[in-house]
Design a protein around this ligand. Structure first.
Ligand code: PLP
Length: 383
């Protein structure tokens, strides 16, 4: 049985070219990049080349890109340092952020009495910009706004430029968790008033365990990981040279094939929507799934017209038949709290039905969608 992978928002299949490059770097460039001899210098050259490639795509200086271990570390670094080093006393965020942001915000609220305010989000997971403006207007305390670009569960998209302009109007810092959008959206950071964005290579066909953060050069943060002077003193620890090189290649490739991949993946999502809507007419989509700027092209979250009691059986059935997707249900096994994102946007009756997230990549095809839809409609129609 061939397996089908529709969980690309969780992680992506690494490109073979990336694996080959990383192997070669591990074998041939093992020098510590902080050593001054030729072995070290050749590793250093690779790291700085990678930094330049990422900075060039965003139209910023390479001194504004710092390597980290993942998206979670990057989000932690920004929010904790904004409080500690930039005088931030208030964080404005939303209830549908990733836990890499939400739990840090809660930590700062509990341990440091940072004031936290949640901006309103509509039933499609879209931010209420007027509410953001009003919250910022009420209080002039030093604030960071932390709002994700693409929501990892429902695929709703934030208008970065509009949000950045509102933040600028009130002199607030703006951090956007862009983990789901790197490699899929283009950013000219020299034109946007964004102070911080983050990336994680395993979301764009790169290796796990490597990420980056962009920090606007006007801002000076101190390290959270203390030790040597790596990453210009911001993050101690010997750099993971092969991971950095793997991330660079995956990053460059995803932008090189950006338009082609986007068109291909959007076509898959549109095909999935059309097929499943005709096979299961009572099905609903969580969040917007229109082909417009409010919804990303790679994530689709569906709510099935059956009882939640059937969720476990449904997941078992999909897994047994080789389909990997993600639970987006309100009540996940092992937890009685369910998805905090769906809990924030769905009605009570829809929370009583199972939801699933399908997320697509360049490695998927329409035959896989045919199979997934057939399994889902057989299950729904027999229940
Ligand atoms: N932010 C978002 C929106 C994500 O989707 C994820 C991963 O699922 C993260 C942060 C965390 O990234 P990482 O897995 O690299 O820690």
């Amino acid at each position: 049985m061939s397996k089908i992978y529709f969980d690309n928002a969780a992680t992506t299949q690494i490109d073979q070219s990336v694996v080959d490059l990383m192997n070669s770097v591990m074998i041939n460039n093992y020098g510590n990049p902080n050593s001054t001899h030729s072995f070290g210098r050749s590793s250093r050259t690779l790291i700085e080349k990678a930094r330049k490639s990422i900075a060039k795509e965003f139209n910023v200086s390479s001194s504004e890109i710092f390597f980290t271990s993942c998206g979670t570390e990057s989000d932690n670094m920004i929010l904790i340092s904004a409080f500690r080093d930039l005088g931030v006393k208030r964080i404005i965020t939303s209830k549908i952020e990733h836990k890499a942001v939400l739990n840090v915000v809660k930590f700062l609220e509990l341990t440091e009495s940072v004031k936290v305010e949640y901006v309103k989000v509509n039933e499609n997971g879209l931010i209420d910009y007027d509410d953001l403006d009003q919250i910022l207007n009420i209080n002039s305390v030093k604030t960071i706004v932390s709002l994700m670009h693409v929501n990892n569960e429902i695929g709703s998209v934030l208008d970065l430029s509009k949000t950045a302009d509102i933040c600028k109007k009130y002199n607030a810092f703006f951090h956007s968790d862009t983990v789901q959008s790197i490699g899929k959206y283009r950013f000219d950071l020299s034109k946007l008033n964004i102070d911080f964005i983050v990336g994680s290579a395993h979301k764009f066909h790169g290796p796990k365990g490597i990420g980056f953060v962009y920090i606007n050069k006007k801002l000076k943060l101190n390290p959270l990981i203390i030790g040597g002077n790596q990453e210009r003193g911001l993050r101690a620890g010997t750099e993971s040279v092969h991971n950095i090189c793997g991330m660079e290649l995956a990053f460059i490739d995803s932008y090189k094939r950006f338009e082609k991949n986007k068109k291909y993946i959007l076509d898959l999502k549109t095909y999935f929507i059309k097929k499943i809507s005709s096979s299961i007419p009572l099905l609903k989509f969580n969040g917007s799934c229109e082909n417009n700027n409010d919804s990303t092209f790679s994530i689709l979250n569906i709510c099935l017209p059956i009882s939640k009691d059937k969720s476990v059986l449904l997941e078992f059935n999909l897994d047994l038949k080789g389909i990997a997707c993600s639970r987006g249900s309100a009540c996940q096994s092992g937890s009685n709290t369910g998805s905090h994102v769906l809990n924030s946007i769905l009605s009570k009756s829809d929370l009583n039905k199972p939801s699933l997230r399908f997320s697509f990549s360049k490695y998927n095809n329409k035959a896989e969608i045919d199979k997934a839809v057939e399994i889902l409609s057989d299950f729904v129609n027999s229940n």
